[in-house]
Design a protein. Structure first.
Lengths: 156, 439
C-alpha cells in the first residue's frame, strides 16, 4: 500500500511539472513575436561581427560563439544539446572552434551536428551585417526553436 | 524459513544499486557534481537514471521465476513481492530522472526546458521518452486499474519491451555511462541479464522452462466453493518432486477453462503418485474450474515455496489456516501422520472460516486429531466467534513460547495476526507465512 501511494504521488508530481512547463512555454511562445531584447531593435547601425561583439552575447539566453570563421547564435539549441547545457554555455561569447571540433576533448562532432549548427548561422567573422538582417536572423531562429533538419542519429 | 535470507536479498540489491553510484562519484570532483543548486539537481537526475535502470533490471530478473531464487531467498512469494517493490522504486526514480535533469534547462530559459522535454528529434533521447511513457501506462494498469487477470498479465509482459527500449536510451546517449568503461560494462551486464531473464520466461518459456505433464483423473466438489482436482502423471516415471506445503503453477488444456497459468497449493503428499489441488472459486478463472473434464492434459511448473516442514526445525508448532489457506497444512498433516518418526511433532491447528459450509478436509483432519494426541484441531467460525486473534491462540495453546507459528490465509488476516503476535512477544523469526497473492 505504501509503495502504491509513493508511486501515485510521484506520478502526480511528474505530470504536474511536465504540464506546467508545457503550458508556460506555450503561453510564452504565443507572446514571443518580438526579437531578442539583447539586440537593439531600433538601432539601425550596422554590426560588425568581431570577437568583441561576440563577447557581448555570452549568456544562455543570448549565446553567440565563433566556430571556424563563422558566428552562430546557439541559444535556442542549448536545451536540446545532448552533451548537456553546461558544455555549450561555457563557450558562450567565445571562440568555440576547438571545443566544437574536439567535443570538449571527447571526440569530434558528427556531420549531422555540423549541419545542425548551420541553422544558427548569423554571419562570417569580420562581416558587417545590418541591424535588420541581424533581427531577421534572430527572429528566424527564435520562431523556430528547433530547426527542421535535426536528424541527430549520431552523437552530437 | 530463515529470515536472514530476506535481509540478504535486500543487501545484495542495495549493493548492486550503489556500485554504479560509487563509480559515478569517482568520475568528476564533488565541487562540479554538487557545486550549485543546478549541479545538484543534474547529479540527482543522473543518479536517478543509473539506479533506476539497475533496479529495473533486477526487477526483471526476479520476475523470471527462477528456482534458484525460490530456494535461496525466502520463497517465490517473497521474490514476487520484492519484484513488485523493486520495480516500483525503479519506476519512481525513472520518473524523477528527467524531472531533475530539466532543472538545468529551466535555469537557462523556459524554451530550453521545453525543448528538452518535448523535442522528439533525437532518437537516443526518444527511446528514453518512449520507454518511460510505456512504463507509466503499464504500471498505472498494474497498480491503479482493476483489470481481469489474464488481460493484466498480457499487458504487464510488455514492461520487458519497455526495459529494452530504456536500455537503448542508456547506451546511445552521451552520458556518464558512455564516458566510463567500467560503468558502461556494469550497466550493460545487468541490462543483458534482465533482458535474458525476460526472454527466458516469455519468448523461450515454452522451450526452456521445465514443466511436467499430468492428466486430470478426478474432479470433486468438497463444498459449494472448493473443488479438489486429482492429477496423475502422463508418463509414470515423470512426476514432479515437491515437499508438503509447496505450490505449483498449473495450466489446463481444456476448452472450457482458460489456458492461463495459475499457482495452487498442493494438498497431496510426495508418497502418492497423484497430485491433488484444492481450488476455491474466487475469480474469473477459478469460477469455472469445476467444469474441468477428466482426461484433460495439464502442464505443471514447480514446485515452489518455502512454507514447508523441512524449513522449520522446531517441532512444536501452531498452524493457523484461513479459508483455502488450509491446503498446505492438509499436505503437511498427511505427511506427518504417515511417518512414524514424526510423532515427536506437537501441533495445534486453527482452522478459521466464516461458517461451517466453508470447511474442507475437516473429517481428515479430525481423524488425525483423534489418532494423535499431539495434534489438536480447533475450528474457528468468524460468523459465530468473531475473527481469530493472537490472544485466543495464546490462551488455547497454553502459551506461544518456544513454538513456531505458521499462518496461511487472507492477506488481511495474516497481517493482523503477525502484528498481534509481535505485540505478544513472538519473534519474527518464529512466524512463517505464505501469501497466496503473488502480486
Amino acid at each position: 500500500m505504501l509503495t502504491k501511494k509513493l508511486v501515485g504521488v510521484s506520478l502526480f508530481i511528474f505530470w504536474a511539472v511536465v504540464v506546467a512547463i508545457l503550458v508556460a512555454w506555450l503561453l510564452s511562445y504565443q507572446k514571443n513575436t518580438t526579437i531578442n531584447p539583447s539586440i537593439a531593435m531600433n538601432n539601425s547601425t550596422p554590426v560588425v561581427l568581431t570577437a568583441s561583439e561576440v563577447a557581448k552575447h555570452k549568456t544562455g539566453k543570448d549565446c553567440w560563439m565563433i566556430v571556424g570563421d563563422k558566428i552562430y547564435n546557439v541559444a535556442p539549441y542549448i536545451g536540446a544539446h545532448q552533451g548537456g547545457a553546461t558544455t555549450i554555455i561555457n563557450s558562450c561569447g567565445k571562440d568555440a572552434t576547438i571545443a566544437f571540433n574536439t567535443q570538449g576533448g571527447q571526440g569530434n562532432h558528427s556531420s549531422n551536428a555540423r549541419n545542425l549548427l548551420q541553422n544558427f548561422y548569423i554571419g562570417d567573422v569580420g562581416k558587417t551585417v545590418s541591424a535588420e538582417q541581424l533581427n531577421n536572423t534572430v527572429f528566424k531562429i527564435q520562431s523556430n526553436p528547433l530547426p527542421a533538419k535535426s536528424s541527430r542519429n549520431e552523437d552530437d | 524459513m530463515k529470515r536472514y535470507n530476506t535481509h540478504t536479498g535486500w543487501i545484495i540489491v542495495a549493493i548492486l544499486a550503489i556500485i554504479p553510484v560509487l563509480i559515478w562519484l569517482t568520475m568528476l570532483p564533488f565541487s562540479l557534481r554538487f557545486g550549485s543548486i543546478v549541479a545538484i539537481f543534474t547529479s540527482l537526475g543522473q543518479v536517478a537514471g543509473l539506479v533506476g535502470i539497475v533496479l529495473f533490471a533486477i526487477s526483471l530478473i526476479l520476475s523470471a521465476r527462477l528456482k534458484f531464487f525460490d530456494r535461496h531467498l525466502s520463497g517465490l512469494n517473497r521474490v514476487y513481492l520484492n519484484h513488485s517493490r523493486i520495480g516500483a522504486i525503479a519506476f519512481i526514480l525513472l520518473l524523477f530522472h528527467p524531472l531533475f535533469l530539466t532543472v538545468q534547462y529551466l535555469s537557462i530559459s523556459l524554451p530550453s526546458a521545453a525543448s528538452f522535454l518535448f523535442s522528439f528529434s533525437y532518437w537516443p533521447t526518444n527511446f528514453g521518452k518512449i520507454a518511460l511513457f510505456a512504463m507509466i501506462v503499464l504500471l498505472v494498469l498494474t497498480l491503479f486499474v482493476s483489470l481481469r487477470y489474464h488481460v493484466w498479465k498480457k499487458t504487464h509482459k510488455y514492461l520487458g519491451v519497455a526495459f529494452f527500449i530504456a536500455s537503448l536510451h542508456a547506451f546511445l546517449i552521451p552520458s556518464d555511462i558512455s564516458m566510463n568503461l567500467v560503468l558502461r560494462w556494469y550497466v550493460l551486464s545487468l541490462s543483458a541479464l534482465g533482458i535474458v531473464a525476460y526472454i527466458y520466461r516469455t519468448i523461450l518459456g515454452r522451450f526452456l522452462v521445465k514443466r511436467y505433464l499430468y492428466t486430470v483423473a478426478e474432479v470433486k466438489q468438497l463444498n459449494a466453493i472448493i473443488t479438489e482436482i486429482a492429477l496423475v502423471p502422463f508418463q509414470p516415471n515423470k512426476t514432479m518432486p515437491y515437499a508438503p506445503g509447496q505450490f505449483a503453477f498449473i495450466s489446463f488444456a481444456d476448452p472450457l477453462i482458460s489456458s492461463e497459468q495459475h499457482p495452487f497449493s498442493i494438498v497431496s503428499t510426495p508418497e502418492s503418485n497423484e497430485l491433488r489441488f484444492a481450488i476455491k472459486k474466487s475469480g474469473d478463472y477459478t469460477r469455472h474450474i469445476e467444469k474441468l473434464q477428466k482426461g484433460v492434459m495439464a502442464s505443471i511448473e514447480g514446485a515452489y515455496g518455502k512454507f514447508t516442514l523441512s524449513e522449520i526445525p522446531n517441532k512444536r508448532q501452531i498452524w493457523i489456516a484461513g479459508g483455502i489457506g488450509i491446503t498446505p497444512f492438509v499436505s503437511m498433516a498427511q505427511y506427518l501422520f504417515h511417518q512414524p518418526e514424526n510423532k515427536e511433532y506437537a501441533i495445534d491447528l486453527y482452522y478459521c472460516v466464516r461458517n461451517d459450509s466453508e470447511l474442507a478436509y475437516q473429517n481428515l483432519l479430525a481423524e488425525f486429531a483423534s489418532n494423535n494426541k499431539n495434534f489438536h484441531l480447533i475450528s474457528f467460525c468468524s460468523d459465530m466467534q468473531g475473527r481469530i486473534n493472537a490472544k485466543v491462540v495464546q490462551d488455547t495453546s497454553n502459551g506461544l513460547e518456544n513454538k513456531d507459528i505458521l499462518i496461511c490465509g487472507p492477506s488481511v488476516m495474516m497481517r493482523m495476526l503477525r502484528e498481534q503476535l509481535g505485540q505478544l512477544g513472538v519473534s519474527k523469526r518464529n512466524i512463517h507465512s505464505e501469501d497466496f497473492q503473488l502480486t
